[in-house]
Design a protein around this ligand. Structure first.
Ligand code: AMP
Length: 624
């Protein structure tokens, strides 16, 4: 590492110390800067701020909102209204969140200067890592990054995921050389729009440079495991290419082809043989450490629902450290992990006070439906495992309107308490509920550190899909309507389970049915598909386009199974008055109880429909 680079690292660490030591001051400055620049926006004027930039007026005038409250403004921006509605700076594009509203991805307005804020956060990650694992500048990172499809709003703004926006920007493609951030994947392979070709090329490049690889990663654990599965299916072709010094003709993307071929100047049969020898072995335990022997850690998010993948990652990696470096969203990038080598269960993120103005809505356990919902999704079997009050329905969760005076500031959160994150961003979101529940685990200087507890109201997730109890109930209702009328069938009870023993993982629904006549196999398979068709666009994209979610499965269980489930819950201390069937299970004994009573199982026979373009935007995207 040269001197100039060392100096940059030092400055990055000093920056973290400074903003975390002056968290209160930085937060106040961020809030007044946002209110000042956006003083003339329609939104702040409408709420009577009248140019005031002080905290008291802000707290008094501005309501705490959800995406649905902003939808009329978002629609106007999407339709081409360029007046300063939410932000004084022009909206440069929409970032499409994996959170949905009415079945479609939420559209987060952003402004171009946000790139710099995101890059600033990225620039802190390796200086933090290098404190614990020096020498990462001596090799490369094998990161599997992908772009996703984008669409245009009727007003002509791009709508795409935040990472697609970043990879396509000059901030990524023209990034200055940094010895700690040299990747095995050429930009052209990341930017290849075909996910299959992109994955093939990136794995090939990673294999070609296997001895230089010091760390590996993907954004989420699910994506990393998808790459391992792809390798399991395609290692022979990859080895053939390395042996021949050529590239499979199925890779037709010209730029990606050129970039990969430039890395393989000659046939390398010895390398191909070494790789094939490892891949041919029956057990793939520790395959990562065997194929990439110098890898020191795997950089993937395994907090939140991704924790379900830890055992599988451990199996393939041979127990390499799993490192969660950052916590971010389409709305705003939030913070970083200052102890990146800690075990996944202890990961805490320090919110960087310069990124946005943060407020926290206390989660009051037992006091309301919403609050118990928040904690219940991190332990979805709490009906059984703990005596907690379960939410009555997803509806009441959305309905709770918080009293703005309940909100606390970043530096005032209390150790051990849980909060819902509320943000005010430079791009114009004001007191916006992100939907994440965080628990305070400590402080770095005066900035709190948070464990990610859960996303509110999510029961099932395989990749970036986030299916809530209510959406699931609606999908199940839509699927059972047909069998009710044709077969006199009645769904007595159901629950669900995210099965991650398959790669990709898939949703499993346990159904207890009563019917007057037998229901044919193909009819139940169509029920699987009907459920998929009625789930939201992020789920259907995961199934149909990204192939990051496997076909949904219905497992029909013996009559009386759900009574036994209740008996089990009561035997573990649940109260009979409060008991209600959990709509999602993950506690192993319960999953085993259900699986032991399965009489037949059915898979979705086809991919559900999905299009990158929303139906209402079809004309502006040339689709008729
Ligand atoms: P998106 O809006 O699609 O960018 O997704 C952002 C959401 O992903 C966040 O609000 C969190 O719910 C989740 N998320 C992002 N980073 C992490 C993390 N490090 N750990 C757990 N969940 C995360």
């Amino acid at each position: 590492m040269n001197l100039e680079h060392k100096e940059r690292e030092k400055q990055a660490l000093q920056f973290i110390e400074k903003v975390t030591s002056e968290a209160a001051e930085v937060q106040s400055a961020v809030l007044s800067a946002i209110l000042e620049r956006n003083a003339h926006t329609e939104y702040l004027k409408r709420h009577g701020l009248n140019g005031r930039t002080d905290k008291a007026s802000f707290r008094q005038c501005l309501p705490v909102i959800t995406y649905e409250d902003l939808e009329p403004e978002i629609q106007r921006i999407a339709n081409g209204d360029t007046s300063p509605i939410l932000s004084a700076h022009p909206i440069s594009e929409f970032l499409t969140s994996s959170g949905t509203s009415a079945g479609q991805r939420k559209l987060m307005p952003t402004i171009s200067e946000e790139f710099e804020r995101r890059c600033l956060l990225y620039s802190l990650l390796m200086p933090v890592m290098n404190q614990y694992l020096p020498g990462l500048d001596q090799g490369k990172g094998m990161y599997l990054f992908f772009i996703k499809s984008e669409a245009k709003t009727p007003g002509g703004l791009l709508a795409r995921p935040v990472l697609t926006s970043y990879y396509k920007s000059r901030y990524f493609t023209e990034r200055p050389y940094d010895p700690c951030n040299v990747y095995t994947s050429p930009n052209e392979t990341v930017l290849c729009p075909d996910a299959h070709q992109s994955m093939y090329c990136q794995l090939l490049c990673g294999l070609l440079q296997r001895h230089e690889v010091l760390r590996m990663g993907a954004v989420f654990a699910s994506g990393f495991l998808r790459a391992i599965r792809f390798l399991e299916t395609h290692w022979r072709e990859l080895c053939d290419d390395i042996r021949a010094g050529g590239l499979n003709e199925l890779v037709v993307d010209a730029a990606a082809r050129r970039a990969v071929l430039a890395l393989m100047p000659r046939p390398d049969p010895a390398l191909a043989d070494d790789i094939a020898e490892q891949c041919r072995k029956e057990s793939w335990a520790g395959i990562i450490a065997r194929l990439w022997p110098n890898t020191k850690y795997i950089d993937v998010i395994v907090t939140g629902t991704m924790a379900q993948y830890i055992p599988t990652l451990d199996y393939y990696s041979g127990g390499l450290p799993l490192v969660c470096t950052m916590y971010a969203s389409s709305e705003c990038y939030f913070g970083i992990n200052l102890q990146p080598l800690c075990p996944p269960s202890e990961v805490s993120y320090t919110l960087l006070p310069n990124m946005a103005y943060f407020e926290f809505l206390p989660v009051l356990h037992h006091d309301s439906d919403e609050d118990s919902a928040a904690s219940s999704s991190s332990d979805q079997d709490d009906n059984v495992a703990k005596k907690k009050i379960k939410p009555k329905s997803g509806k009441s969760k959305a309905a709770r309107v918080p009293d703005p005076s309940e909100l606390v500031e970043l530096v005032d959160v209390k150790m051990g308490h849980e909060y819902e994150l509320v943000i005010t961003t430079y791009a114009g979101l004001c007191r916006y509920r992100v939907g994440d529940i965080l628990r305070v685990t400590g402080f770095h200087n005066s900035a709190p550190q948070f464990a990610f507890v859960c996303r509110k109201n999510v029961v099932l997730s395989i990749d970036s899909d986030k299916t809530g109890e209510e959406d699931l109930a609606k999908a199940v209702r839509s699927a059972t309507a047909g069998i009710e009328s044709s077969y006199g069938a009645r769904l007595i009870e159901y629950t669900s389970y995210a099965d991650t023993t398959t790669i990709p993982g898939h949703y499993v629904l346990f159904w207890e049915l009563r019917s007057s006549s037998p229901i044919p196999k193909d009819v139940l398979e169509e029920c699987c598909l009907a459920i998929e068709e009625s789930l939201d666009s992020v789920y259907r994209q995961g199934r149909a386009s990204d192939r990051s979610i496997g076909p949904l499965e219905i497992k029909v269980v013996k009559p009386g199974t759900f009574d036994q489930l209740m008996d089990y819950a009561l035997s573990r201390g649940a109260s009979i008055n409060q008991y209600k069937t959990p709509r999602c299970v993950k506690f192993t004994p319960i999953v085993e109880l259900l699986n032991a009573r399965v009489v037949s199982s059915y898979f979705s026979p086809r991919l559900p429909k999905w299009s990158p373009v929303r139906p209402q935007w079809a004309n502006s995207n040339g689709v008729h």
